[in-house]
Design a protein. Sequence first.
Length: 229
Amino acid sequence: MSTILLVEDESAIADTVLYALQTDGFQTHWVGLGLEAIEQARQDQTIALIILDVGLPDINGFDVCKRIRQFSEIPIIFLTARNDEIDRVVGLEIGADDYMSKPFSPRELSARVKAILKRTQHRPDTNSTQTDFVIDSQRATIRFRNHVLDLTRYEFQILKLLLSQPERVFSRAQIMDHIWQSPDTSLDRAVDTHVKSLRKKLRNIDADTDPIKTHRGFGYSIQGSADEL
């Protein structure tokens, strides 16, 4: 089930917002510090939207947004006690989806949450097998559905190889020749082990997807497409 992450250090405001969201059927999680929010956004794959206060005690909300945008496109709504136009502009320019000034109506906030989720989660799917990967070779990272995968070196290289030619079947020997420095000394089953781990990490993000296909007696292929930074 999708979760709304509220990042707010004032408990009275947090209680009011949480009540409004839960009344509308949302599952919620509340943290009071920006660094906690960054860690939650990185680890919790169920988070669908973040409501982020700008004035946090440990780190500015704008900086929290910038850090989250380095690894995720989770929708973000800013909350702030300031009403300056420059703050609204800065917030939107660094990647926020909406902006509300305090005091605000919790019911209006909940309505805006619904609108953003409707826009971002229910886009027409023109290709049910399409998967979204973004490869950053410089940082040795791959994003899947806007989440950075926590990959080992071999997992990264296998996934990058498969994505280099979607739907092409790579044999175990071809995968080993491309990736292992001494393939003659390795076992074919090493590829199977890494692919199994890759599948688990992809399903942790989307339990209904399995883009890596096994071709018995041949090898592996992947369905989907990838952009490379």
